[in-house]
Design a protein around this ligand. Structure first.
Ligand code: PMV
Length: 329
């Protein structure tokens, strides 16, 4: 038997209405529906090789052996795919990111989306996009939103079959830019997977859920109409709501650093002075600053002047997760 190999390239995504908290942790069923955009310049490339000579799965990220915890999560995900393909072959997984891992740029989203698509292709599993999103979701919730192209909605549902992601607008629908201001590249203290489990005791959890549900239609409408101010106001509110829940979880989770707050305040000052930009923040200290493309060069320059900003990554709406011919191994 020969080895079977495929490579996939996937974009990370930034959520405008966030996935924060689950109604079922084992099945990764989210408390609320979320909406995101793929990030064309924050990508993961993953090669999966099912090899009859291997005695266990192997995982290399950025040319380095990973922690047993990360390797186990990948093995568990490969087991789901092996079961579908009816194979027991172990795999070698080689993965590289175009951005710092574990720093709130949703590396798990692009990682599990790329892993899902590459592993399925290597085993000749030809699944429709909807099934791929469900499969990716089981690896990491937000990964389902990295499978389709452009602007994507992930449905909250009571069953796994109904909790899938689908495109709501293609990448060229709106020339929205996401400038990621990198202030921290170290691994975050509490990974998002754990953060979802701590939501319940927050006294703000129910209020945030109600607000996120209302916000969903505001975002959908503003996105479709390309109404940047209505869109940005709601996106920034939602990020603060998510972090208010994290901060009041038990134990409390504080992702922000002084640099995070400095950027939030600077963007408000610039906005008051006529530069249309809004912030959102995932499970980390880095800040995503959203604007329409005409303002991206000015914003990028201004972000670079802020103390503590190490880098700024400019993203536009990205494509779907896709197979490529350039293998990493
Ligand atoms: O998919 P996870 O478990 O890494 O959770 C992602 C959580 C956030 O990035 C904070 C929000 C989101 O919707 O992407």
């Amino acid at each position: 038997m020969t080895e079977r190999k495929a490579t996939a390239l996937s974009c990370a995504n930034i959520a405008f209405i966030k996935y924060w908290g689950r109604k079922d942790h084992d099945w990764r069923l989210p408390l609320n529906t979320s909406i995101s955009m793929n990030l064309d310049n924050a990508t993961t490339t993953t090669t999966v090789i099912f090899d009859p000579t291997l005695k266990a799965d192997q995982l290399l990220i950025e040319d380095t052996e990973t922690t047993p915890k990360a390797a186990l999560r990948v093995t568990e995900h490969l087991n789901r795919i092996r079961k579908l393909a009816d194979t027991y072959l172990w795999a070698r997984v080689v993965s590289r990111n175009s951005f710092p891992m574990g720093a709130g740029i949703a590396s798990s989203a692009s990682a599990f989306a790329a892993l899902t698509v590459a592993a399925c292709a290597a085993l000749d599993l030809d699944l429709p996009e909807r099934e791929l999103t469900i499969l990716a979701r089981l690896g990491s919730g937000s990964a389902c939103r990295s499978i389709p192209a452009g602007f994507v909605e992930w449905h909250a549902a009571d069953t796994s079959e109904e909790s899938f992601a689908e495109q709501i607008a293609p990448p060229d629908h709106w020339d929205l830019c996401d400038l990621i201001a990198i202030v921290q590249t170290e691994h975050k203290v509490v990974d998002s997977s754990k953060g979802h489990e701590l939501v319940d005791p927050s006294p703000f959890a129910a209020a945030r859920l109600a607000a996120a549900t209302r916000g969903l239609s505001v975002i959908r409408k503003a996105l479709m109409a390309r109404d940047f101010v209505a869109f940005g106001e709601e996106v920034e509110q939602e990020a603060i709501r998510m972090h208010a829940v994290a901060m009041t979880s038990q134990p409390s989770v504080l992702y922000w650093s002084p640099e995070t707050v400095r950027i939030l305040q600077a963007v408000r000052t610039w906005r008051a002075a006529g530069l249309p930009a809004y912030c959102t923040i995932d499970a980390g200290a880095n800040v995503h600053v959203l604007c329409e493309s005409e303002h991206a060069p000015t914003l990028k320059r201004q972000l670079h002047t802020l103390y503590g900003v190490r880098d700024v990554i400019l993203n536009r709406p990205g494509p779907a997760t896709r197979l490529i011919d350039e293998h990493l191994a």
